[in-house]
Design a protein around this ligand. Structure first.
Ligand code: ASP
Ligand code: MG
Length: 412
C-alpha cells in the first residue's frame, strides 16, 4: 500500500470537534487505499501552557524534565485521534515517539532525528492497521529519555516520517490555506502560490514566514519529500494548498516569488575598528562562539586605517553580541570607539529562484524603495534572495511597494 503522511497542527486539533473533522479527512485518504501516518501536534495553546508550568516550577529547569513535560501535549492528541478514528470504524493506533521509536540525539529541547526504523509500524500495517497516529515533536535519546525537537517540531516529525516510509506525499494541515506571496495581513493583494520550490520555501521559512519549521523544509529538500501545505478548514481537494517541491517541477514562475519581512532583526555597528588583516575574524569569531547568528555584514571603506563594521543579528541576541564584543575588547583582541545597537529596523527580503537567470532584480528593488523615500541601511544578497534593512516604521510600506513593483498579485 502506498503511504501518505498527514500532519495536523495545533489549531486543527484544538478541540474534539476539530479532531473529528481532521479524522474525517484521514478517513477519505484511507478509503482511497493509503496506509496513513498521522502526525499530531498538541491542542493549540497546550504546549505554551506546559512550558509556563515548567518555568514557574523551576526557572533553571533540568532539560530532561522539560522534555518529559512539554512532550505530553502530543500524547493526548494522538490518543484522542486514534479513538476518534476507531469510532469511525477505521483501524487506528496511537504511537508515542519512543514506541516507534523516533531515535534522536540527546540535545534536549532541540534534539535532531537520527533514525526512524520502519519495521514496527510496517508490521502493524501488515496486520490490518490503517492509520498510525504518531505524537509529533518528540523522540527518544540514546540514553532512553524522552526528547523534543524544538518549538514547531512536529512539522519536522512529519517530513522525517515521509522520508523514512517513502511516502507519496506529506500533507501539512494548518490554519492557513497555503503559502502566500507575502503576508495577507500587510496587503490584500497577496496571492496564494500553487507551487513553490524547496529553496524558496527555505528562505521564506527562515525569513519569518511562519508556516513551516525551517528544519522540516531542509529535510524535505534533502530527501525530496513532496510537501503540501493546506488548511484543515477548507474543502478538501487534490489541488488545494501549496505544493513545496523540486524546482524542476515548476514550469513557470515569477522572477520574485515572495516578499518576506522580519521585525526581529537588529543592526549593530562597531564604530572605528582598526582596518587590519584578521579584524573580521577577531570580531565574528567571538560572536559565533557566543551563539550570535549574524546575518548581514557591511564593512565600510577605511579612512586613516580605521573603519566601521556593521552587522545584523536577531534582536534577542543583542545583549549577547554586546557582551561578546566588550569581552573581546577587554581581552585586547579588538578595539573600537563605540558599539551602536539599532533595534528599530526591519528586514525585507525578495525571494525567487528566477533571480538566478534574470538580472536587474536588485536595481528594481532599490529603485522602488527610493521612490517611496525609504532609506536602505544594510543590504545582503544570495543567489535567490535580496535582503535590506530599513527603519521599522516603513516595513508595511516597503512590503506593499515591492509586492506591487514585482507584480506578485499576478501569476506567471
Ligand atoms: N506542540 C509543539 C509546539 O507548539 C510542536 C508543534 O506543534 O509543532 O511547538
Ligand atoms: Mg507549527
Amino acid at each position: 500500500m502506498p503511504v501518505l503522511v498527514m500532519k495536523f497542527g495545533g489549531t486543527s486539533v484544538a478541540n474534539l470537534d476539530r479532531i473529528k473533522r481532521a479524522a474525517k479527512r484521514v478517513g477519505v485518504e484511507v478509503a482511497k487505499g493509503y496506509d496513513v501516518i498521522v502526525i499530531v501536534s498538541a491542542m493549540s495553546g497546550k504546549t505554551n501552557e506546559l512550558v509556563g508550568w515548567v518555568d514557574e516550577t523551576s526557572p533553571l529547569y533540568d532539560a530532561r524534565e522539560y522534555d518529559a513535560i512539554v512532550s505530553s501535549g502530543e500524547n493526548v492528541t494522538a490518543g484522542l485521534m486514534a479513538l476518534t478514528l476507531q469510532e469511525m470504524d477505521v483501524p487506528a493506533r496511537s504511537w508515542q515517539g519512543w514506541q516507534v521509536p523516533v531515535k534522536t540525539t540527546s540535545a534536549h529541547s532541540a534534539a535532531r532525528i537520527e533514525e526512524i526504523p520502519t519495521d514496527n509500524l510496517m508490521a502493524k500495517f501488515g496486520e490490518g492497521m490503517k492509520v498510525a497516529v504518531v505524537a509529533g515533536f518528540q523522540g527518544v535519546s540514546p540514553e532512553g529519555r524522552i526528547t523534543t525537537l524544538g518549538r514547531g517540531g512536529s512539522d519536522t516529525t512529519a517530513v522525517a516520517f515521509a522520508a523514512a516510509f517513502e511516502a507519496e506525499r506529506c500533507d501539512i494541515y494548518t490554519d492557513v490555506d497555503g503559502v502566500y506571496t507575502t503576508d495577507p495581513r500587510i496587503t490584500d493583494k497577496a496571492r496564494k502560490l500553487d507551487k513553490i520550490a524547496f529553496e524558496e520555501m527555505l528562505e521564506l521559512a527562515s525569513l519569518g514566514a511562519k508556516v513551516l519549521q525551517t528544519r522540516s523544509v531542509e529535510l524535505a529538500m534533502r530527501y525530496k519529500v513532496k510537501l503540501r501545505v493546506l488548511s484543515s478548514f477548507e474543502e478538501q481537494s487534490d489541488t488545494a494548498g501549496t505544493l513545496v517541491c523540486a524546482e524542476e517541477e515548476i514550469m513557470e514562475s515569477n522572477v520574485v516569488s515572495g516578499i518576506a519581512y522580519s521585525r526581529d532583526e537588529a543592526k549593530m555597528t562597531l564604530v572605528s575598528v582598526a582596518d587590519r588583516p584578521g579584524i573580521a575574524a577577531a570580531i565574528f569569531g567571538p560572536l559565533s562562539d557566543a551563539g550570535v547568528n549574524v546575518d548581514m555584514i557591511i564593512q565600510n571603506i577605511a579612512e586613516d586605517g580605521r573603519t566601521d563594521m556593521t552587522f545584523s543579528c536577531p534582536t534577542d541576541q543583542v545583549k549577547r553580541a554586546e557582551k561578546a564584543m566588550e569581552d573581546a575588547k577587554a581581552a585586547g583582541e579588538i578595539n573600537y570607539h563605540d558599539l551602536i545597537a539599532d533595534t528599530n529596523v526591519a528586514k525585507i527580503s525578495a525571494v525567487g529562484i528566477g533571480m538566478r537567470s534574470q538580472s536587474g532584480v536588485a536595481a528594481k528593488m532599490f529603485k522602488t524603495l527610493s521612490d517611496e523615500g525609504i532609506n536602505i541601511k544594510v543590504i545582503a544578497t544570495s543567489e535567490i534572495k535580496i535582503s535590506v534593512l530599513v527603519d521599522r516604521k516603513y516595513m508595511e510600506l516597503a512590503v506593499q511597494a515591492l509586492h506591487d513593483a514585482f507584480e506578485l498579485e499576478k501569476a506567471a
